[in-house]
Ligand binder design. Structure first.
Ligand SMILES: Cc1cc2nc3c(=O)[nH]c(=O)nc-3n(C[C@H](O)[C@H](O)[C@H](O)COP(=O)(O)OP(=O)(O)OC[C@H]3O[C@@H](n4cnc5c(N)ncnc54)[C@H](O)[C@@H]3O)c2cc1C
Ligand code: FES
Length: 510
């Protein structure tokens, strides 16, 4: 296994090299973000003769889509019984239809384009080892069946360890997401359409409509899709108060025994999500879980250790080949926000808040946005409407924003040590004359000091030892130890601590 975390999907596909923006451009639809949402939307739109430009801050497919588990399912843990209660049969039906259709869109697109992306149909199971969840699984089976999903309750599962019960959804699938999406991406540039990499979108001009880039050039468009995971432009939609960032971890092992044909997730927490993946002449077993709010916790490497313990308890582990982590955003009511950015933004669209189910929901979002743009309507637009505000949203809104306020205040009043010991590979926060700094000593012994006030809305950052990043507990921005943005909503680098780095260095000991 590599010393540092690395995603199997990214390691097993070539990196891309699309050009940066060089001049002002004009297209029909500008799409910010080259993950599954942006690329699928661009592919669908271009197929219908729409000229598109994908504007990607880094290289495409290195965000959450490059670090997912890549199950393609309408089974999203336990959701349908809750949805029916929360939003009613009609909207729950839209959610089920959208996600079932997304599975079929991926299957048919891979087949039509002859994409070798390890696509295979598999059942998806939610399993439980606890009596407490038996009724939940039964209720979920009933709710899913009432929405036309082929679901069944079982008192066993094909897993190599015992379970109390399982809920099985048929006609679900899995694939290698980057092999599939890189192939779609290759069809985009040309005939007035573009993929622009290393081109950060920093704003939107609304009249005339255009995406502004860090380079100073702009992409003028009739419509804009914000597919940047966390919306890089808020436009008054208050997305920072409606999205909750959650990180999770994945390990990829080789085991002595063959993995059963299926994909699995536990009903109980901490959740364990499992699938296999063809690998050389055998297979990998991916084990994911250990979700927690971004920016919270110390010693985050223990999350990998917990997954490893689970692997050793349940499989004869021959090797641990990969490990990586990533994050996704949860909305106030657990349903993604897809559609017009705000009720007033007729030509700006957004897709976000997939709660770790954005392979199917992200594909469904691209279908919704394609329909809204090309036909003016989508049968699934109501359930995803970003401007909804139901009772569940109100309750979660209060809790989420109290938590953000608490994190903001706690970060400001926390007293940090005024001197720290730092070994190679360690990072710690330090306080000098009331100012807070982050210090990291790299493997060669060089110190990297940054101001750890988040450039989004000013919360104090926490050290993530597993990824060697400074993470924000408020809305999930992450920064490298040298201060570059790893993921938004922030898009400005951390302020350099040059003026004080001598003073800080004097307080850091080996
Ligand atoms: C641990 C884990 C496991 C998961 N497993 C599954 C699963 O099995 N099945 C499933 O359905 N879902 C799963 N998901 C969720 C799914 O992977 C994500 O919801 C989905 O990949 C999000 O896609 P996206 O296109 O919205 O975002 P991303 O893939 O993050 O793409 C957004 C892109 O926008 C770019 N960007 C951001 N800001 C800017 C800017 N200002 N200018 C230009 N570009 C910008 C980023 O660089 C990035 O490339 C999982 C999530 C996690 C955390
Ligand atoms: S991400 Fe909002 S304050 Fe840091």
């Amino acid at each position: 296994m590599e010393d540092r975390p690395s995603s199997f999907w990214m390691t097993s596909t070539p990196s891309t090299g699309y050009p940066e923006i060089q001049q002002d451009l004009k297209v029909d639809v500008a799409i910010v973000g080259g993950g599954i949402v942006g690329i699928t939307a661009a592919y669908l739109l271009k197929k219908q003769g729409v000229k598109v430009a994908i504007i990607e801050a880094d290289r495409i497919l290195q965000g959450t889509t490059g670090h997912t588990t890549a199950k393609i399912t309408s089974q999203h843990h336990l959701i349908y019984a809750r949805l029916k209660q929360q939003v009613g049969q009609e909207l729950a039906q839209q959610y089920a239809d959208a996600n079932e259709s997304a599975i079929h869109l991926i299957a048919s697109t891979a087949a039509e384009n002859n994409i070798d992306c390890d696509f295979s149909w598999r059942p998806a199971y939610v399993f439980t080892q606890s009596e407490q969840y038996l009724k939940d699984l039964e209720d979920e089976a009933q709710a899913a069946c009432s929405l036309g999903i082929k679901a069944s309750y079982m008192d066993n599962s094909p897993l190599p360890f015992s379970v109390r019960a399982a809920l099985r959804f048929d006609n679900q699938a899995q694939f290698h997401p980057l092999k599939y999406l890189q192939s779609l991406a290759r069809q985009i540039p040309d005939q007035g359409s573009y993929i622009l990499e290393k081109t950060t979108a920093v704003g939107i001009d609304e009249n005339p409509l255009a995406v502004l880039t860090r380079q100073g050039q702009k992409v003028t468009a009739d419509k804009i899709i914000i597919a940047s995971h966390f919306p890089f432009f808020d436009g008054g939609g208050m997305y920072f108060s409606k999205l909750d960032p959650q990180r999770a971890y994945i390990i990829a092992i080789k085991a002595q025994e063959a993995f059963p044909e299926g994909m699995f997730i536990s009903a109980e927490s901490p959740s364990r999500s499992l699938r296999s993946q063809p690998y050389e002449d055998g297979e990998l077993i991916l084990i994911a879980g250990e979700s927690h709010p971004t920016g919270e916790g110390t010693n985050l490497n223990t999350h990998y250790e917990n997954l490893l313990d689970f692997a050793h308890e349940n499989f004869e582990v021959k090797d641990v080949l990969y490990r990586w982590s990533t994050q996704d955003y949860q909305t106030l009511d657990g349903i993604p926000y897809v559609g017009h950015l705000t009720p007033k933004s007729a030509n700006i669209y957004v897709a976000t808040g997939f709660d770790k189910w954005g392979i199917s929901n992200g594909t469904a979002s691209a279908m919704v946005l394609n329909d809204l743009i090309v036909r003016g309507d989508s049968p699934w637009a109501p359930v995803y409407n970003p401007s909804r505000f139901n009772l569940t949203s109100v309750k979660t809104f209060v809790g989420l924003n109290l938590n953000v306020a608490r994190n903001l205040v706690a970060g400001k009043i926390a007293r940090l040590p005024e001197g720290v010991e730092l070994s190679n590979g360690e990072g710690k926060a330090i306080q000098i004359n009331g100012e807070k700094y982050g210090a990291f000593r790299d493997d060669k012994g060089e110190l990297h000091i940054v101001d750890i006030t988040c450039t989004h809305l000013g919360c104090e950052l926490n050290w993530n030892d597993a990824e060697r990043t400074w993470d924000c507990p408020c809305h999930g921005s992450r920064f490298s130890y040298t201060g570059e943005v790893v993921e938004g909503p922030a898009f400005n680098i951390l302020h350099a601590a040059e003026q004080c780095s001598n003073a800080v260095e004097a307080r850091i000991f080996e």
